[in-house]
Design a protein around this ligand. Structure first.
Ligand SMILES: Nc1ccn([C@@H]2O[C@H](COP(=O)(O)OP(=O)(O)OP(=O)(O)O)[C@@H](O)[C@H]2O)c(=O)n1
Ligand SMILES: O=C(CO)[C@H](O)[C@H](O)COP(=O)(O)O
Length: 435
C-alpha cells in the first residue's frame, strides 16, 4: 500500500503533510486516538557531513532560507501526539542550533551535545530523558530515532513505526536495495555477492521501547560505539529484540551528497507548488481571467476568491501561492493588506510565500506608458517584503478583443505564473513582466 502511494513520484503525495501543522488532518486524528502513550524523538545532528564536502555540516545547509534540520524538526513537531524532540548537535553548533529553534519557533526541541560517532550521539540523546535538568524531560514509552538529514517523513509511517515499536520493542523503515551488495577480498576482487531481492536497505525512522534501546546502548561495546551503524542491531544483540520492519517511501532517503540538497530543494518546491489561490476582485474581465487561469493551472489545486479579506482567511491559509488580479485603475492596497496579514499570521515563517500581481490592462494604451508611481510602490514593496520571506512578482497583460491574441497572452501568463511559483526565485522579486 505504502509503495502504491509513492510509485508515480518521489515527492510526498499530500502537500499538507509536508507543509502544515497537520494535527487535525486525517492521519492526525488517527494518531491522537491510536497513540495514547508518551512518544519522544531523538534526532542525531552531530555529524560533520564529510561526504557532502561543504564547510557547513549538511544539517545546517539552507533550502529556501531554512536549515535542513528545521524541516526535519517540523515533520515531528507538527504532530500533536509527539512530545519532546531531542536534537543532538556538536558542542560548537549549540548556539547555532538555539538560534534556529528561536528563528523558526520550534517549541518541542531540547538541544543536547553529541559525541564523536553517530551511536555516541544517539546515546547522549537518549540520556537526555534520564538526566536531572530543570525542567526534567519525561521518559517516553516509545522513542523514535531519526537522522536529522532525512527531512521528508510522513505521519502515516511514523504511526506505523511507533505502534510496531510499542508492540514488538523495536521497528524500522526499510527500502528495496537499489544496487546489489557485494563483498570484496582484501586485494580488491569479488568475494561473493548477495541476492538482492533477499536484502533491504535499513532506513530511518526507527522506533523502540525506550527501556530497550537505552539498555542496549548501556550494554553495547566500544567497538559498537565506534564502528556500528545500526540501532536495530543493538536492540537485537543486547536485548534479544527482533525489530518489525516496515517498508517506507523513497522520500526517506538520507541527504548525503551535494546533489541530495538539490533533490531536497526540488521536492520542497514541487510540493509547495501544488496549490494556489486566485484573488479576482469583482470586475467581470478579472473574474473571467481568473477562471481561465484556474483551468490552465490544472496541475495545481486552485481556489478563486473575490478578495483577501478576513472572511476568506481559510483560503489564504491553505496555500503559499497567490495570484492577485487587478484591473488598471484599481489600486494596489489589497496586495498591501495581504502582505500585512501574512506578517501578522506568520504565514511565511516556514516557507516563502509567492504573490503574483497580475495587472490586467483594460485601456488601449500600452501598460508601459502608465503609472510609474504604482510601479515604484510595487518595486519598493517587493524589496522590503522579501526580507520577511514574501516574494512579490508582477505580470502585466493587455486585454485584447482579438481571441487568438488574448489566448496567446493568457497562455504566456499561465507559463510565467507557473515558472515564478515553481522557482520561488528571490532575485526576480519586484520584476514587472509582460505576458
Ligand atoms: N558523530 C555523529 C555523526 C553523525 N551524526 C548524525 O547522524 C546522522 C546520519 O549520519 P551521516 O549521514 O553519516 O552524517 P555525517 O556523519 O554528518 O556525514 P558523513 O558520514 O558524510 O561525514 C546525521 O544526521 C548526522 O548529523 C551524529 O549525530 N553524530
Ligand atoms: O543507515 C542507517 C540505518 O542503519 C542510518 O540511517 C545511518 O544513516 C547510518 O549512518 P552512517 O552513514 O553515519 O553510518
Amino acid at each position: 500500500m505504502q509503495q502504491e502511494r509513492y510509485s508515480s513520484s518521489d515527492r510526498p503525495l499530500d502537500p499538507g503533510s509536508l507543509l502544515e501543522c497537520d494535527a487535525e488532518g486525517s492521519a492526525g486524528r488517527l494518531g491522537c486516538a491510536a497513540v495514547d502513550f508518551p512518544v519522544a524523538v531523538v534526532l542525531p545532528a552531530g555529524g560533520c557531513g564529510e561526504r557532502m564536502g561543504l564547510p557547513t555540516p549538511k544539517q545546517f545547509c539552507t533550502i529556501l532560507n531554512r536549515p535542513l534540520i528545521s524541516y526535519t524538526i517540523q515533520a515531528f513537531e507538527r504532530l500533536s501526539w509527539i512530545g519532546t524532540v531531542v536534537v543532538v548537535v556538536a558542542k560548537e553548533n549549540h548556539d547555532l542550533m538555539l538560534n534556529i529553534v528561536q528563528k523558526f519557533n520550534h517549541t518541542k526541541v531540547k538541544v543536547v551535545h553529541g559525541g564523536t560517532t553517530r551511536h555516541r550521539s544517539i546515546f547522549n540523546g537518549l540520556q537526555a530523558f534520564s538526566d536531572t535538568t530543570d525542567p526534567p524531560t519525561p521518559k517516553p514509552k516509545v522513542v523514535i530515532i531519526h537522522d536529522a538529514v532525512r527531512p521528508f517523513v510522513e505521519e502515516d509511517l511514523l504511526l506505523k513505526i511507533t505502534l510496531a515499536a510499542k508492540e514488538q520493542g523495536a521497528s524500522g523503515a526499510v527500502r528495496p536495495l537499489v544496487s546489489t551488495v557485494i563483498a570484496t577480498t582484501s586485494e580488491g576482487y569479488l568475494d561473493h555477492s548477495l541476492e538482492r531481492a533477499k536484502y533491504r536497505a535499513s532506513e530511518m525512522p526507527q522506533g523502540f521501547l525506550y527501556d530497550i534501546i537505552f539498555q542496549a546502548y548501556q550494554r553495547c561495546s566500544e567497538f559498537d560505539f565506534e564502528f556500528g551503524t545500526e540501532c536495530l542491531h543493538l536492540a537485537l544483540q543486547y536485548c534479544g529484540t527482533n525489530a518489525k520492519l516496515i517498508e517506507g517511501p523513497p522520500t526517506l532517503w538520507k541527504v548525503t551528497y551535494k546533489r541530495d540538497l538539490a533533490a531536497a530543494e526540488a521536492i520542497i518546491k514541487e510540493t509547495l507548488s501544488m496549490s494556489a489561490c486566485i484573488i479576482a476582485g469583482a470586475e467581470a474581465e478579472a473574474v473571467d481571467l481568473a477562471k481561465t487561469l484556474q483551468k490552465n493551472l490544472n496541475m495545481m489545486e486552485t481556489d478563486v476568491i473575490p478578495c483577501a479579506k478576513e472572511s476568506n482567511a481559510e483560503y489564504l491559509s491553505k496555500t503559499r501561492n497567490f495570484i492577485h488580479i487587478s484591473t488598471t485603475g484599481s489600486n494596489f492596497s489589497e496586495v498591501l493588506d495581504m502582505v500585512k496579514r501574512f506578517e501578522n499570521t506568520d504565514h511565511a515563517r516556514l516557507y516563502p510565500v509567492v504573490i503574483v500581481w497580475v495587472q490586467l490592462n483594460m485601456t488601449k494604451q500600452s501598460v508601459d506608458s502608465q503609472g510609474t508611481d504604482e510601479r515604484t510602490v510595487f518595486k519598493t514593496l517587493a524589496s522590503e517584503i522579501v526580507q520577511g520571506n514574501v516574494l512579490l512578482y508582477g505580470i502585466q497583460i493587455d486585454h485584447s478583443k482579438v481571441p487568438e491574441q488574448w489566448e496567446r497572452s493568457v497562455e504566456r501568463l499561465t507559463q510565467i505564473t507557473v515558472a515564478l511559483i515553481r522557482d520561488r526565485n528571490a532575485a526576480l522579486t519586484g520584476q514587472l513582466l509582460h505576458a
